[in-house]
Design a protein around this ligand. Sequence first.
Ligand code: UD1
Length: 420
Amino acid sequence: MQCYVINGGRRLSGSINVQGSKNSALPILASTLLVKGQSVLHNVPVLSDTECTLKILRELGCVVKREGDTVIVNSENATGTEISEDLMREMRSSVVFLGAILGRHAKATITTPGGCEIGLRPIDLHLYAVRRLGVRVDEAHGKLCCTATKGLKGCKITFSFPSVGATENAILCSVTARGSTTVVNAAREPEITDLCEFLNSCGAKIRGAGESIITVEGVEQLHGGEHTVICDRIVASTLLSAGAVTGGSVELVNTNPFFLNSVLPVFEEMGCNVRVRCNNIFLKAPRRLNRVDKIITQPYPGFPTDSQAFFTTMAAVADGTSVIVENIFECRFKHVAELVRMGAKIRAEGKVAVVEGVERLYGTQVQGQDLRGGAALVIAGLCAEGITRVTDAGYIDRGYTDLCGDLCALNADARKEMQK
Ligand code: UD1
């Protein structure tokens, strides 16, 4: 395993491109199973999670080719209906294949994904959605055997919570079902809209993506298509936070400021000057950030849980006390104990963290324990005095194609090396 080594104290400055969205690429890649023909996808980031998704597609019988950021999938002969346990374990979000395999073959076998670093992550809402569409789910020995003996049939699916993954599975499973499906209390994340745009370009009939009610008119089959994955809004907020904690000035090019509507005002509240021009965002940070009154994570368009850890780091070095409430996942404050080891003053209990800003953090060895929490520690290292080592880089590399390279391009002193 590798670790990140950061020599803190340099002001970040410069301009950088934002990679394609992991959370868009994963369901879109899974959805190519529904396409009879060739799907050409651009801006697919090279990450351990996207590579695992390509392995699953190959296991299911697709022919997959990667040329840089472009992935070409031919699923003409994809006869597989089962994902092996190894691949299911490698990546929890492989559960999104459930809807895609069912949509293609009306039967699917997967392993129960289980919990992960940031919380329990049950899949009851995913199973509720596919059951509503006529699927019988048998659970035994850690396996879920799903079959729709009479085929998939359109229905009304009302979610008790707007789960991103369950909404994606409901869409994937209903695209080629008989009749029409309505998804009520659907997740509204930009990644859902991106998935629907790709599917519609292949002949699907989905309306309402990005809203709380989505309707899917089932079609016979989907034809091939070509699509460019949207930029990654979480990576965008990572790079902006890195600029902010160092008192720097950074410009993100080729991003979509609209996706960051709930995040940019918080940078401003913390004293940053944020300017948006077309697809570019420019942030200039003050010497010291201001406290933020309260950050509450919520489903989109609320403040994203995936950006919470970066703002905890920012609050840790801000002037005054900030309150952060994590409403989406149960175990998403693991970075807090590590920030405290670097000199931060944070008390976290249950959903709430109270962050009393300190003048300075100090470099030491800290452990990355999940993707965004790990990235938040790298950000902390950028403004800390001395050397910070963030271990277990594998977590971070699930979501960033080259975080070190991006930060160095912005004048940071950071590198990756083998962990001792
Ligand atoms: C997706 C994102 C993840 C992001 C999250 C919330 C991907 C690959 N991952 O994860 O980065 O942090 O959205 O924006 O797109 N829940 C249930 N039962 C279910 C499903 C979910 O109780 O059947 C709960 C979860 O445990 C969690 C909450 O709902 O507490 C949100 O989960 P969900 O929106 O499903 O997130 P993911 O799709 O797993």
